[in-house]
Design a binder for this molecule. Structure first.
Ligand code: PLP
Ligand code: SF4
Length: 466
């Protein structure tokens, strides 16, 4: 009872203090008050980067999360505001000159597009290898890479409350049509799931599905609760709203409707997990952020937390330890620490595997067992999710001990394998088998899977049905 009234009072306070959601984009760089402390050159530089990579932030992030006295080093500023180092030097110089001379928008866009195409927006074979097939047709907006889990990208959820500078999904935000995946056809993915009883988990992802109105989100969740899809035991929503716009779960017009929808998942005998993307402890340090977690958990949903390790943002063991401790305190569950993948502005943000492992271990040592539900540092590679377990001495040689947490071929999961230690390596591709073999044990199998996939597509294009 006491808890009930306390909670109600907190919500009432949050409602009274709630401000209307306001976003800032590239066109606001010249006028956003907090940016006026930058030099004109720095603002032109910011616009130059924002012309190529998407920029979007909201007033909660600007006013409550960023410490402007610490700019440009502030981690949340680095997380959301464009940085010159995100473009290759030559590309940056070209865009900078264009913005400085106020080039026509058409010209700026053409130059930006050329740079975007050269930046590899869909790594890890996502477009080709993961798109499932239904009635001999590729199923847009759906990915099925690991046996148990299907990803759905709702068409209306392809944006976010703010954009992370390191995000690999930027092609979805800048409108390169052929690089987007988004699902519109509810009927198609439902039929696909009915035909695949091995799938036990559906993950709604984006962008951020929590950008959608409750009524639209319902169109994705409700069908999954049907008795004909009883093999779906869990529904996950990948979201950064708890960090970037916690008001989504507290004071937004349809916040209560969202929470009732979460409750319905439990009533239907399934589990809902909000896969919350928290990059830095500060994102859990405001009263509204705490309240959002409280309210989500009160529906019976779990909050599981994941984020990539990113240079300039959270490349410190203390930041992660504090992040995991705050999560545990709020009853949220630390889940994954990812290694930033090979895409777009990665050079600026990447952390070597050796350093990632050290940061992970130094943080892991600082938390109790309840925080050690986290796994990492993990790479989402073409073959699967590969965790760097440690560095070991094997026969006098220093090696990385690696293991699949998830794999395209379930047989690969759990089998340790070894790579020559390499201080500089940032990704699986940079590593070599410790045994001296030409390739890792899974590579031939991966080529075979890819070849089978490619010939399948070719046959379909030629009008064969297998
Ligand atoms: C990470 C991921 C999943 C989910 O994996 P879990 O280990 O179950 O969290 C599913 N599909 C893809 C493509 C992924 O990258
Ligand atoms: S919230 Fe997620 S999808 Fe959106 S920009 Fe950040 S990392 Fe990308």
């Amino acid at each position: 009872m006491l808890y009930g009234t306390l909670m109600e009072r907190r919500i009432a306070n949050a409602r009274a203090g709630a401000r209307k959601y306001r976003v800032y984009t590239r066109k606001d760089i010249g006028t956003l008050p907090q940016l006026q402390r930058l030099s004109v050159t720095d603002r032109v530089a910011m616009e130059a980067v924002a012309a190529v990579l998407p920029f979007r932030v909201n007033h909660y992030v600007v006013e409550d999360l960023i410490d402007w006295s610490n700019v440009p080093d502030d981690p949340i500023y680095q997380l959301t505001f464009p940085q010159p180092g995100m473009l290759r030097r030559r590309d940056f110089a070209r865009m900078f000159r264009m913005i400085r001379r106020d080039a026509p928008e058409r010209e700026v866009r053409a130059a930006a597009r050329a740079i975007q195409y050269s930046m590899n927006p869909h790594p890890a074979g996502q477009l080709d290898l993961n798109v499932p097939v239904l009635d001999d047709e590729p199923l847009p907006g759906v990915q099925h890479k690991y046996r148990e889990t299907v990803l759905i990208f709702p068409a209306a959820g392809q944006t976010c409350h703010a954009y992370c500078t390191y995000c690999f999904r930027w092609a979805q935000f800048v409108g390169i049509e052929e690089l987007k995946f988004a699902s519109r056809e509810a009927d198609a993915w439902q039929r696909y799931l009915k035909a695949h009883p091995e799938v036990t988990s559906v993950l709604l992802t984006g962008g951020d599905p929590m950008i959608m109105k409750a009524a639209v989100l319902r169109r994705y969740i409700e069908p999954l609760l049907a008795p004909s899809l009883s093999h779906i035991s869990s529904i996950r929503i990948g979201s950064k709203a708890p960090a970037y716009w916690p008001y989504r779960f507290v004071t937004d017009e349809d916040a209560d409707e969202i929470l009732s929808l979460f409750e319905e998942v439990r009533q239907a005998g399934r589990h809902l997990a909000l896969m919350a993307h928290y990059s830095h402890p500060r994102e859990l340090g405001t009263p509204i952020a705490e309240l959002a977690v409280r309210r989500i958990r009160d529906t019976g949903a779990a909050v599981r937390c994941q984020a990539p390790l990113v240079r300039h943002v959270n490349d410190s063991a203390d930041a992660w330890a504090q992040l995991w401790r705050r999560q545990v305190r709020l009853g949220a569950i630390p889940y994954y620490m990812f290694v930033e993948r090979d895409t777009g502005p990665r050079d600026y943000f990447s952390v070597s595997l050796a350093r990632a492992l050290k940061i992970f271990n130094d943080a892991y040592r600082q938390v109790s067992g309840l925080g050690r539900t986290v796994r990492g540092p993990s790479m989402s590679a073409t073959a699967g999710k590969v965790v760097v377990e440690g560095v070991a001495l094997v026969g006098g040689q220093r090696v990385f001990v690696l293991k699949f947490l998830q794999a395209r071929n379930p047989e690969w999961v759990g089998r340790p394998f070894f790579a020559k230690f390499d201080e500089q390596a940032t990704w699986l591709d940079d590593l070599e088998p410790a045994s001296g073999a030409k390739e890792f044990f899974f590579e031939a199998g991966l080529r075979e899977l890819a070849a089978r996939r490619a010939s399948g597509w070719a046959e379909r294009e030629a009008g064969f049905t297998a």
